[in-house]
Design a protein around this ligand. Sequence first.
Ligand SMILES: [Zn+2]
Length: 461
Amino acid sequence: MKQDQYHLSKVLNARENRFQLRNTIAKSGFNSLSLTLNIPGYPKSNELLSNLFTQILDDLLIYLQANRIVIENKKEILRVDEAGDFYLVKLKQNKQTDLQKIKQLTEYFEEKHKLSRLIDVDIFNKYGTPVSSGKEKPCYFCGEFSAVSCMRNKRHSHTEIRAKIFKETSLFLKKISKEKLIRNICDFAQRALLYEISISNKPGLVCFEGSGAHTDMNFFTFLNSTSALTPYFKEFCELGYMYQGELNKVLPKIREIGLRAEKTMLLATKQVNTHKGVVFLFGISLFSITKIISENGSFSDSEFQKTVKKIGKDLVKNELQHTNDSKTHGEKVFHTYGKKGAGIRFEIERGLSTIFQTSLPYFSDQLKPEIYVNQTKLQQILLQGLLKIMSINNDSNILYRGDLEMLNYIQKTAKISLTDPKAYKQLKNYCTNNNISPGGSADLLAVSLLLHFTKTENHEF
Ligand SMILES: [Zn+2]
């Protein structure tokens, strides 16, 4: 009991300080706005509640700005005291300032929020008096009576109300962090595709300046395809975030999203296959990235490779070895060249080891923040990344259109091209003259960029 009184006096003391702060603003002739959380019992704040407060404050400041409610943001007060988390700011004066209207708007903000009954946005006029709309807030716990009525009649214990608050806050923050993560990863996925198509002067591949070895697609076909695929990235991420089952059973679920994505892609490109390989690789990669981060709170290369390997276990055996009538490109190439012609399925089985040996370490060394503003340098680095992949990748696109001799020549020339511009010219001419497009390597480049952005730019998780 003694301790309760001790806590109560600390809380009352903090409230008195807040009252003084508001009065100081009122005395200088300004209205003010404050944000607090309505937490019964003690302590009034902890890490969870502070995180909630920060999130609500961010939303509130955007809401105020959107509704043209101008605050003196240089004079804002943000603190945690014994009465909990607290934000106070001066409202900028204006002759037409209608405090009742502001009160109504902030009440609407409170009501539409998922945890509305916890949030108190208060408006004080320049006499230091609270502006009231006369509305009574419903009780957080039961929602049946007004908050004041339940408090006066002691209908619920602090312990049971606090348990409900902590549970709901935790769920709310988890949802927010999931949404932020998925938004970020989808941003990186789309950006990776835009970067790949924007690299100039690629050998045999579609660029802004020309279509390389292709006659049925151009730069804009790739823009259409990228835009069409973007909404599906979110679905791969959602699946990865929620998936609890065994990894070697998830591929049909990833494929189902992938096939729908592919259908939309073909509609957008007038039936031209621009990103079929990317859909497969991104499906597995986006799934793996969000699964790893949702479970571990961070991303790691080794976890990524482990996850991809588990998803792709026996992929070549199951999907290429047992087919008798070779119909698809992948099957035909595999039957002619064996594992060397097993394409991206083999790549997945090995945990995308080609990019972990080539482009990824190169990008972590070279793609520093200052590079992104230097377009010439950025173009050079991205192209080198592609050449590094081409120098070891058994690109089944090349084997399908050409043969093993061509693949060997391209791998060798790509390696020399890294340091020799003459060899690069030869490589480009060779691809154009022989109608060869290293599309498989371009797909792996896009995956490398997706992983690089995830590793270097995601600060939200
Ligand atoms: Zn109640």
